[in-house]
Design a binder for this molecule. Structure first.
Ligand code: SAH
Length: 357
């Protein structure tokens, strides 16, 4: 029912106005806000300190449910959980929860689909459907916060029972900097002390490299981590993998990163998906090292998740090792990302595609 106001899309001021319109005192807005962001209430019945009549009115005129889970998959190790959600207009998005020893990292989406067209990415194949609202971005986090807070709902794992979301990565579907406004409204809500209250440093935004937006992020004054999807050290190769490189070539992206680190003193992560025979040679590792060794950075080498109808395959272990070693020999910090949830299609828009097929 699109006619119901989405409370998660409202700021505290807007919620206060809504309460006023309902003839309620302003403090009711604070109460509801707390129920949503501090106590993770999923419906109005839980809000026991609100008058019954108000709960009914809210349930009639407004909604907290922007997402409906339509498919859930748990990895064999029971440490990765992926959920496909349907939005109110029928679009679908994915989010993935990863349980580590001490971290419970949530990977969320910023758009339904994506317009960037990276040739190795499953999300790109369907194009962009639309931007997510700030509320739809926040709703993904609240869904898993609720899930983790409920001991009965956890996949049984060997790790100590995680009870809350400790880290968020904007590495799901979509290009967060192509939906800048809504993403930053959501990030402020997630980090605000009177909102979800997660430390900004526990959040990482991953971008395809929209250079002007990297500059804009540097001015936000919030310590959100930045990851940049590089995947190749030169324009010829990168434009084949990441078409938006034609608009923002490698040197422009790296210059924006240099300005970003100068301003924020924060180390930037470069993501580099290793593809067999495409971007994994010793020469390219050398070229990459030359390009980035002056930067305050870390390189995260990602074993490629092969996707249907794509010629790209993951690099061999030996080539991956060689690539890491070359970067390290130049004093560059580099690691190979753990493969998580591959068998449940946890990577990159794959569950949505598999179910749509
Ligand atoms: N639009 C953002 C977030 C994309 S998803 C960005 O471009 O950074 C997060 C990371 O996964 C990106 O680095 C993306 O390039 C990478 N990725 C996409 N498809 C992949 C695949 N099939 N295998 C491995 N990594 C992939």
């Amino acid at each position: 029912m699109q006619t119901q106001t989405a409370l998660l899309d409202l700021s505290l001021d807007e919620l206060t106005q809504l309460m006023r319109d309902l003839g309620q005192p302003a403090y009711r807005a604070r109460q509801v806000w707390e129920w949503i962001y501090r106590r993770y209430a999923g419906d109005f019945e839980q809000m026991t300190d609100l008058p019954q009549a108000l709960r009914r009115t809210l349930a009639e005129k407004t909604t907290l449910r922007l997402l409906t889970p339509v498919a859930e998959m748990v990895s064999a190790g029971r440490d990765t959980l992926k959920v496909l959600f349907r939005l109110r207009d029928g679009q679908t998005i994915e989010a993935v929860l990863m349980l580590y020893d001490r971290r419970r990292t949530l990977c969320i989406s910023s758009q339904a689909g994506c317009a960037m067209g990276c040739t190795f990415c499953a999300t790109a194949q369907g194009g962009l459907a639309r931007n997510l609202s700030a509320g739809e971005i926040v709703a993904q986090v609240l869904y898993f916060a609720r899930y983790l807070a409920d001991p009965a709902s956890l996949p049984q794992t060997g790790v100590e029972r995680p009870s809350t979301v400790t880290n968020i990565v904007l590495m799901g579907m979509g290009e967060p900097m192509h939906n800048y406004q809504n993403v930053w409204t959501a990030l402020r809500r997630l980090t605000a002390a009177e909102g979800f209250g997660l430390g900004a440093r526990a959040i990482t935004l991953s971008t395809v490299g929209l250079a002007p937006m990297i500059d804009r992020m540097a001015d936000e004054g919030l310590q959100i981590g930045l990851a940049v999807s590089l995947h190749a050290p030169n324009d010829d190769l990168r434009a084949r993998l990441v078409p938006v490189n034609k608009a923002y070539p490698v040197d422009e992206v790296l210059a924006a990163v240099a300005r970003y680190t100068a301003k924020t003193h924060r180390r930037v992560t470069f993501e580099y998906a290793l593809m067999r025979g495409i971007n994994d040679s010793a020469e390219l590792a050398e070229e990459l090292a030359q390009k980035i060794q002056h930067l305050l950075c870390h390189v995260n080498l990602i074993p490629l998740n092969p996707i249907p109808n794509s010629p790209y395959q993951p690099s061999s272990e030996a080539d991956t090792e060689r690539f890491v070693e070359i970067l390290r020999s130049h004093g560059i910090s580099a690691t190979v990302r753990l493969r998580r949830g591959i068998e449940i299609n946890a990577g990159c828009g794959q569950l949505r595609r598999a179910l749509a097929a």
